[in-house]
Design a protein around this ligand. Structure first.
Ligand SMILES: [Zn+2]
Length: 138
């Protein structure tokens, strides 16, 4: 479908377009997100793009009170921690992303195993547009 190279630049372009895309090896069906030009399993180089639906379950999470500078700039601090999690996607792979729309001051209310859906967080504009992948409770 898409002729873009299987690399992080294409991955980020797709995120800007609100698509989560991975690469699938035509030889052994192994899926990679972010995409890779060489299969991590069989080292095959025949890849195809696959759109990931973005539904899954929260597998693990952590609430971070002291984040990197760009998170502090967004207003996250000790009083407003942000949540980072691991999501088991329906496609059978795991992805690390921000977890939004949860009460990080009450992490006991965030449940491992809860269904989550992806959302896209856009930062900046034009050439500086950068999109972060996040998940929220479904
Ligand atoms: Zn393969």
């Amino acid at each position: 479908m898409e002729e873009r190279p299987f690399n992080d630049i294409s991955y980020e372009q797709f995120l800007n377009e609100e698509k989560l895309m991975g690469s699938r090896c035509k030889k052994c069906d192994t899926l990679s997100v972010p995409p890779r030009s060489i299969c991590i399993k069989c080292y095959g180089s025949e890849m195809e793009w696959v759109e990931i639906k973005g539904k899954g379950k929260l597998a693990a999470f952590t609430c971070i009170a002291v984040g990197p500078p760009f998170m502090i700039e967004e207003g996250y601090d000790r009083k407003h921690p942000y949540c980072s999690g691991v999501v088991d996607l329906e496609e059978g792979l795991r992805i690390v992303a921000r977890i939004e729309e949860v009460d990080t001051n009450k992490p006991e209310n965030i449940k491992v195993g809860m269904p989550v859906t992806m959302k896209f967080l856009h930062r900046g504009k034009g050439e500086n547009l950068h999109t972060f992948l996040a998940f929220k409770p479904s």
